[in-house]
Every structure is written in C-alpha cells, then in structure tokens.
Ligand binder design. Structure first.
Ligand SMILES: *[C@@H]1O[C@H](CO)[C@@H](O)[C@H](O)[C@H]1NC(C)=O
Length: 173
C-alpha cells in the first residue's frame, strides 16, 4: 500500500505540465534582458484593443506596455527588433526554438510596430507584432499550444537593449 502511494506521488511530481506557467488560462510576461527600460505592465490585445485568449497569431497583436525608459530616445534606423519564438515540448518538458530563418531578426523596429521615436521617461507604448507577414512560419506551428515569444529591441547607436518575453496559449490556424 505504501509503495503504491509512493509511486503515485512520484508520477504526479514528474508529470510535465501541458500548459507551463498557467498558460492554459492566461498569459504571463516579464522583462528578460536587463537594460535601461523598466516595465510595469503589459497587455496583449488585437488591433482594436480587444483582449482575447487564446491569442491569435493569425492576426496582428498589440502588446501595450507601461514602461519607463531610463535610457535615451530611440529612433530609426538604429532601433532594431528581433523576435524569438519557442514552442513547448511536453516530452522533454522544455521550450524549443522555432527556426525563423532570419525572417524575424534585425528588423527596423520603427517600421515593424514600435511607435518611434521612443522618448525617455514613463509612457504607454503600444508595440504591434504582425506575424501575418510571416505566415510561412506560423502556419507550420501546431494550433492551440503554449508558445513563448520574446521581443528584443536593440539600439545600434547606444548599444542599449531591452526585451520582453511572454508565454501564451496561441492559435495558429
Ligand atoms: C515561468 O515564468 C517565469 C517568469 O515568471 C520564468 O522565469 C520561467 O522560466 C517560466 N517557466 C517556464 C517553464 O517557462
């Protein structure tokens, strides 16, 4: 009897969550690479400001952040954006990078959804991420699964960098 209870406990403790960090019900986010921008909140909506969950990557999404830019004013063409994407693998219980073939790296941030110039100080910044342009990548992804998305902004002039990572249940079809 004791043995059976022990085994049950072990299998529960080692079971991998199909929805890491509670992504089944809600997204999580955090600031992920240091830098001079401090984030207080982030809200993910569609272009009309509507909050929907799961998040649909088949339409542009807007990540509206309340942020304090303690660095410099950033503008094009120096402000670059890179988007990294991971899918969740239950078997290995970890995130695995989705190869984006360089399509999502070193983009002109100001032309790809960042309202420029980004001034200094505390502000509300709507960051638009339009994956529909990259539907060759998105349509290969399994539908209704947890994904981790990182938006990396780096300023070539100052070397400043800021990142936001979000984990969310996403629709890809
Ligand atoms: C869950 O979220 C935290 C940040 O809140 C992060 O550090 C951690 O890596 C996440 N766990 C997984 C499995 O992604």
């Amino acid at each position: 009897m004791k043995g059976i209870l022990f085994l049950t406990f072990v299998s529960v403790a080692f079971a991998c969550d199909a929805w890491p960090n509670g992504t089944e019900k809600a997204y999580t986010w955090w600031s992920s690479c240091g830098g001079p921008v401090q984030y207080y909140s982030a809200k993910i909506t569609d272009l009309n400001g509507k909050e929907e969950y799961p998040i649909r990557l088949t339409e542009p999404i807007v990540v509206t952040v309340d942020a304090d830019n303690q660095g410099k004013a950033y503008d094009e063409p120096n402000l670059r954006a890179t988007v990294n994407l991971w899918s969740w693998v239950v078997n290995s219980c970890g995130w695995t990078a989705v190869p984006t073939l360089g399509l999502l790296s070193d983009l002109d941030a100001c032309e790809e959804g960042v309202p420029c110039p980004v001034k200094t100080g505390r502000q509300t910044l709507p960051l638009t991420m339009d994956f529909t342009k990259f539907d060759s990548i998105i349509k290969l992804l399994k539908d209704d699964q947890p994904y981790q998305i990182q938006l990396q902004l780096n300023d070539k002039l100052s070397g400043d960098k800021t990142c936001v990572t979000a984990q969310a249940r996403c629709r890809t079809k």
